[in-house]
Design a protein around this ligand. Structure first.
Ligand code: NAD
Length: 260
């Protein structure tokens, strides 16, 4: 018996076995969910399909979240194949590498638009389409980071995107609450992934996170996955509009001297 038995859910944002989305997918599968995935283009399809097979996924299709036509097509396919949707996990972000180092004040208009579009607006775009397939009890989840509420060196425009994402989480929760659909975010501590490798001095960020956290270590994809299971399950039926920290206590601690 798993807490997600009988539920069908999309996990958007698996790129490889290091992806946070993959940690979430494995935990959801362990708890009995039937899963669907997206991939961004042919190169990633080769990585995503074998992983999807490992967890017996019944739906895999292409989706670039910056393309409205692909969004419409993707969710139409979900509807044709599944009819209804119980949960959706959005674990997607992108910014130009140049914008993730140096001074925030040098952010260009183009880099701002790209980061905010792919990393924040895309949650709204997915949520409006997913909500049409959900009944009361449905749940949505996105992935944020502390850079939304603190100025973290090098995180720069992605911090602004995460602030927008966290705010969007609250507005979506407000809109969808009357329909019985919950919307939450997890703010994860730093984890070595493909996306994280684009952030300047990421190793330093990991070191600071480990030293400054209450548990004196960083967190894992599996730990984020387990927290995701709770937020997506009926155990969290009274929880919506929340940003839930899975960061080994870093954000609420005093940290070590010199920790950002
Ligand atoms: P990842 O590289 O494994 O995942 C990022 C995903 O975004 C990839 O699957 C990529 O294909 C997808 N993506 C990018 N642009 C896209 C587009 N236009 N359309 C569709 N998909 C697109 O890295 P990750 O660290 O697992 O990132 C997942 C989420 O977790 C992101 O929102 C990230 O900001 C967030 N997060 C990461 C950390 C960390 O330290 N790794 C910490 C907190 C939050």
């Amino acid at each position: 018996m798993g807490v997600l038995d009988g539920k069908k859910g999309l996990v958007l944002g698996v790129a490889n076995e290091k992806s946070i989305a993959w940690g979430v997918a494995q935990a959801c599968r362990r708890e009995g969910a039937e899963l669907g995935f997206n991939y961004l283009g042919a190169a990633l399809e080769k990585r995503v399909r074998p992983l999807a097979e490992k967890v017996g996924a019944s739906f895999v299709a292409q989706l670039d979240v910056s393309d409205d036509a692909q969004l419409d097509d993707f969710f139409a396919q979900v509807e044709r194949q599944w009819g209804e949707l119980d949960f959706m996990v959005h674990s997607i972000a992108y910014a130009n590498k140049d914008a993730l180092k140096g001074n925030f004040r040098d952010t260009t208009r183009a880099d701002f638009h790209l980061a905010l579009d792919v990393s924040a607006y895309s949650f709204i775009a997915c949520a409006q389409r997913a909500a049409r397939l959900m009944r009361p009890g449905g749940a949505m989840l996105t992935m944020s980071y502390l850079g939304a509420v603190r100025a973290v060196p090098n995180y720069n425009v992605m911090g602004v995107a995460k602030a927008a994402l966290e705010s969007a989480t609250r507005y979506l929760a407000h809109d969808l609450g009357p329909e019985g659909i919950r919307v939450n975010a997890i703010s994860a501590g730093p984890i070595r992934t493909l996306a994280a490798s684009g952030i300047g001095d990421f190793r330093k960020l990991m070191d600071k996170a480990a030293r400054g956290s209450m548990l004196k270590r960083t967190v894992t994809q599996e730990e984020v996955g387990n927290a995701a299971v709770y937020l997506l399950s009926d155990w969290a039926s009274g929880v919506t509009g929340e940003v839930h920290y899975v960061d080994a206590g870093f954000s609420v601690g005093a940290g070590d001297p010199g920790c950002a």
